[in-house]
Design a protein around this ligand. Structure first.
Ligand code: XUL
Ligand code: CO
Length: 449
């Protein structure tokens, strides 16, 4: 990876390449725990964690919320005369940021990178003008595309959904974007392609044909899969579950729901899950629960790394800071075999009142440090072995004899009940789950780190 890239103008002139300075450093612009080259088990930290920057939050969002207008006046937006010029400047700023931060991957929606034109053909031309630039910058810097996606939820035409829209014309317009976004992803060597449901859900059942909408969603995804494969895209397609917001109910509610959907419609070979921490929380699950559920069914793919706020129920998309949460997440990820083509994409935004140019760096540094600690702790859980050994022992009655027969499916209900009847009640089942003991061990690891 190049040390750092400077385009026509340097956007963060006061910030040099971010370095690892260790836990004692009080430099806000240095890593305290993320030491890219440090080996954890068999891989370097950077290869375990595969961090990616999200184009939309970091370079497009302006701090506006439902109660107030923009607070972030990015020079790459305010310094341009046309939307295409702004897109060009924004890309220079983005690659300067990636390389100064030392993150090797990024993710984008089509409309983050280039503005919509007056016609679908002009939109495609705009996107491909910027794709050509991105291709050059990727080559010059070594930064790669983790995944691409299409924004088929922001424009008013998508207010009733994209693939699930009750109006065919909208479905066809969504296809123009998804087809072009897949082309762009292929052109840039993208390692995955993501579908987040956006408005693929409903606000009220009184005006909704739920079955038709789900069938249409599957039809659309199948067409996208076929198109991608026909054009040489070999990576995974991801579905990113989210239970609600912006719609009241989204069809991709959580991991378990999406796995059932993909299997039902025969999409399970090509699709994996992109799990987002804040979405898990909205579904009433822990982040690690969603990861383990995906992994257990063979659908673990990638991660949108962020966090919500436990005090409210919406998608605050904050940068991750909880070591406990990152440790449990990394433990789930290591147990699943780690990332292959997936990665940790910071789908997170700085706060509306974080207006210093350095804040964007500080936020990512904190998130990367939090996952580095999580990785260290997860590795400690595995190498120390006490917790995995306890879990293994907890199920040891299925290792031999009748327990093993049951486990392998080599027993009828009559035989199983016969074994129970013969053994009688006694003290069977009264074995401690030792939750507090294990939690205390985990806290010890966290504190000793
Ligand atoms: C929305 C969300 C999206 C997806 C990509 O909650 O997470 O940004 O990650 O469309
Ligand atoms: Co996301």
């Amino acid at each position: 990876m190049a040390d750092f890239y400077v385009g026509k103008k340097e956007y963060f002139p006061k910030i040099a390449k971010i370095k690892y300075e260790g836990p004692k450093s009080d430099n806000p612009l240095a890593f305290k725990y993320y030491d890219a080259e440090k080996k954890i088990g068999k891989k370097k930290m950077k290869d375990h964690l595969r961090f990616a920057v999200a184009y939309w939050h970091s370079f497009c969002a302006d701090g506006a919320d439902p109660f107030g207008s923009a607070t972030h006046s990015h020079p790459w937006i305010t310094g341009a005369k046309t939307p295409m010029e702004a897109a060009d400047l924004k890309m220079d700023a983005a690659f300067e940021f990636f390389t100064k931060l030392g993150v090797g991957l990024y993710c984008f929606h089509d409309r983050d990178v280039a503005p919509e034109g007056a016609t679908p053909a002009e939109s495609e031309k705009n996107l491909f003008t910027l794709v050509a630039k991105a291709k050059k910058l990727q080559k010059a810097t070594g930064v790669k595309l983790l995944w691409g996606t299409a924004n088929v939820f922001s424009h008013p035409r998508y207010m009733n959904g994209a693939a699930t829209n009750p109006e065919f014309g909208v479905v066809a317009l969504a296809a123009t974007q998804v087809k072009t976004a897949i082309d762009a992803t292929i052109e840039l060597g993208g390692q995955g392609y993501t579908f987040w449901g956006g408005r693929e859900g409903y606000m009220s059942l009184i005006n909704t044909d739920l079955k038709k909408e789900k069938d249409h969603l599957a039809r659309f995804l199948t067409m996208a899969r076929d198109y991608g494969r026909k054009h040489g895209f070999k990576g995974p397609f991801y579905i990113e579950p989210k239970p609600m917001e912006p719609t009241k109910h989204q069809y991709d509610f959580d991991s378990e729901t999406v796995i059932g959907f993909l299997r039902h419609y025969g999409l399970d070979k090509d699709f994996r899950l992109n799990i987002e921490a804040n979405h898990a929380e909205l579904a009433g699950h822990e982040f690690a629960h969603e990861l383990e559920t995906a992994a257990a069914a063979g659908f673990f793919g990638s991660v949108d790394a962020n966090r919500g706020d436990t005090m409210n129920g919406w998608d605050t998309d904050q940068f991750p800071i909880s070591y406990y949460e990152t440790a449990m997440a990394m433990y789930a990820i290591l147990k699943a075999g780690g990332f292959t083509s997936g990665g940790l994409n910071f789908d997170a935004k700085i706060r509306r009142n974080s207006v210093d140019p350095a804040d964007l760096f500080i936020a990512h540094i904190g998130g990367m440090d939090a996952f580095a600690v999580g990785l260290e702790i997860a590795n400690k859980i595995i190498s120390d072995g006490k917790i995995p050994a306890f879990v293994k022992k907890r199920y040891s009655s299925f290792n031999t004899g009748d327990g093993a027969k049951f486990d392998k499916g080599d027993m009828t209900l009559e035989q199983l009940a016969g074994i129970g009847a013969k053994a009688g009640y006694g003290k069977t089942g009264l074995v401690s789950g030792k939750q507090e003991y294990l939690e205390n061990i985990l806290n010890q690891y966290l504190l000793q780190h």
